[in-house]
Write a protein that binds this ligand. Structure first.
Ligand code: ZN
Length: 390
């Protein structure tokens, strides 16, 4: 296999764009998909071409992980619990070819500067990477002094978050404070065509999504601006989120274990699919690199764990194993996220899109991973590693 090959022909691929395109052939050049068609194109011997025969197996867009702590999260049980930066292959081996990084509880020892630096690091290593400004708290940590100017002037910054609500670690924003920050994101969206969303961390608190409902009743800011995540951590929260989706909010399931109080991620997605809800408004993300602390009733941490993008991939496999069709579940991992993030060249396999794709094996497990036209995983082996990986 010639990794430097500038042109790759993938023959006999059953492409899910996420729509099933049937058996087609693809040509990849310059990091883009430059041909998709039923007829196998003839390419001259003069060109250095790598040919892969997919033998009818599924070829799907690379996953977009829209909530990941790329700098490492954590730090909630002392400085030694700060999670280190997430290495490249943790994403690619999970089939994730695009990430959106963010800050959580620790938006003090970690800041917007460090997250942007990590975005650039991942880009140098071949991944598509973006980030949010801000973090759990108010006033938000920013690079330029305001959320609006961060989104407008800093290319990788596409929104603000994860601002925490209904959580003991939150700054407890008032309705007015929430509206102010949402308006900045919304106006920045109008100015730039970026996502311009307020990505909201939901904690375990009983208040759930009440603040977002109030915001929708009070102000003219469009519903798509408010993007709650971790909606499956409590059952009542999930039901509230389904109602918000009907009102036009995109809502995000997290691929973490919830226990009995919530819905496990695959179950949450299946519940959503089973209802008369806008199927284009649901996404899933991993919370990778973030810590998963458990607290007792007094707010004391009892246990610490941390998450990885592969938890999202496990959910994907689980859905397929349960008999959910590829066309039904793939958008939650790909095109829905791209639409929310306003990534025009991501999340779909179409002519001219970025060559971010996964080739699956007959058991529907990830076999090859390509990001921007370069193989990162080939025959389940990681062939491209981050700078400090073994
Ligand atoms: Zn969170």
């Amino acid at each position: 296999m010639n990794q430097a090959s500038p042109i790759i022909l993938i023959k006999n691929a059953t492409v899910y764009s996420p729509k099933n395109l049937g058996l087609v052939h693809l040509v990849i050049a310059g990091g883009k998909v430059v041909y998709i068609g039923k007829k196998c194109p003839s390419l001259g011997d003069e060109l250095a071409i790598q040919t892969i025969d997919a033998q009818g197996q599924a070829v799907i867009p690379g996953f977009i992980d829209g909530h990941t702590h790329i700098t490492g999260g954590g730090g909630e049980a002392g400085f030694s619990t700060r999670v280190p930066p997430v290495p490249l292959s943790q994403f690619t081996r999970a089939g994730v070819t695009t990430v959106v990084g963010l800050l959580g509880t620790d938006d003090l020892t970690r800041n917007t500067e460090s997250i942007i630096a990590q975005v650039y690091a991942l880009r140098e290593e071949g991944l598509s990477a973006y980030c949010y400004t801000g973090g759990y708290h108010l006033p938000p940590t920013t690079l330029t002094g305001s959320v609006k100017s961060d989104i407008v002037f800093i290319e990788p910054i596409i929104g603000v978050g994860e601002l925490a609500i209904s959580d003991h670690r939150s700054s407890q924003p008032t309705l007015n404070e929430l509206l102010k920050i949402a308006s900045e994101a919304h106006v920045a969206r109008l100015m730039t065509g970026k996502a311009g969303i307020l990505h909201l961390h939901l904690g375990d608190g009983e208040r759930g999504l009440s603040l977002i409902r109030e915001a929708l009743c009070t102000a003219e800011i469009p519903a798509r601006t408010y993007n709650p995540t971790h909606i499956n951590r409590r059952k009542a929260l999930f039901d509230e989120a389904c109602d918000l989706a009907k009102q036009g909010c995109w809502v995000d399931v997290t691929a973490f274990e919830t226990g009995d109080v919530g819905y496990e991620p695959a179950e949450a997605l299946m519940r959503y699919m089973g209802q008369d809800l806008p199927q284009d408004k649901l996404t899933i993300s991993s919370d990778g690199g973030g810590c998963l602390p458990c607290f007792d009733q007094h707010g004391h941490m009892t246990k610490m764990d941390f998450a990885s993008s592969s938890s999202m991939t496990d959910v994907f496999y689980q859905l397929l194993d349960e008999g959910v069709t590829m066309e039904a579940c793939l958008p939650f991992f790909t095109s829905n996220v791209a639409d929310l993030m306003n990534f025009k060249k991501k999340g779909r396999l179409t002519l001219g899109c970025d060559a971010d794709l996964l080739i699956l094996d007959p058991k529907m497990r990830i076999k090859h991973v390509m990001a921007q036209g370069q193989w990162h995983v080939f025959d389940t082996q990681i062939i491209k590693k981050g700078s400090f990986e073994e």
